[in-house]
Design a protein around this ligand. Sequence first.
Ligand code: HEC
Length: 291
Amino acid sequence: MPRLTARERRDRYQREYAFQKRHGKSFFPHAVFHDTIVSLIVVGIIMGMSVLWWAQFEPVPMEPGVERAGGILGPAYEGRADPGVEAYDPKPEWYFFFLFELLRIFKTPELLLVGSVIIPTIWMVLLIGWPFIDRNPDRRLSRRPIALAVGVCVPIVLLTLTFYGSKAPGAGGAASDAPGAAAFAGGACSTCHTFADAGTAGNVGPNLTEGAVNYETAYDLIANGKGGMPAFSGTYSEDEMKCLAGYVATHSGAPAGEEGPEAATAAEVYPAACETAGGLFAGGGAAAAGD
Ligand code: HEC
């Protein structure tokens, strides 16, 4: 299409405007009628969904800590928040998973500001400033390679972050309720080790989700320490160390909730040791160690 001069464009617009004025539909009543019908349909759908939900929910008792139950559309309400729960596992709503993942990428204290403030701020400024930055008058995509590249890359990055954020363990507490998990997550171990089953994300020691550790090795390391790993024989009782070693051996080298290849090496002591250890774990493991 040949370039039009400003004057030609204006004339053309005015012709089009006059034409629409004569032959087009007026805002009132046409568009108003249209909008009213669509709004009524949307409200009707919402009302229908509420009625469906009302017909299917199972009430959940108000006691704290009660499992969330209910039909496919969710329960009527959830159990009351319990301030006594130590192993709460905070996770954002799904539409914040990308931010959550950003925080996980920049998790060292020096970089914390980058993930939590700097990148989101740059992003917002870019978003607001975009109309002023991109002054390219062309509409055709082939003439707008930069806009096209940004338009493709941003959703890919957001979706990738969202995907990984959705699979990440929560920000704290135990992901699993296996015996020993809360002791691992609530105690010293969590600060140094990433372990999916316990929902921890330390990175001083080896990643226990990736490498399977047998019971003997785990017990020896916990009791006597090695290199950067402190000895815990003064902190934990023998049963507590057996419980932790058994928990590590059973769940290391596997995704959360699954048993790893070394599980059998702990079968004799685990979870019996956790039972004997009772609720005396130092460092917040009391609740899950006993039950
Ligand atoms: C101060 C950081 C720190 C703490 C706290 C800590 N570890 Fe470790 N852990 C390490 C380091 C470093 C290693 C690697 C030791 C080596 O092989 O030199 C390690 C190794 C291990 C291994 C062997 C991993 C492998 O792949 O060989 C196990 C199992 C383990 N730790 C379990 C625990 C448990 C259970 C606790 C809590 C009672 C704990 N750790 C607390 C730093 C820590």
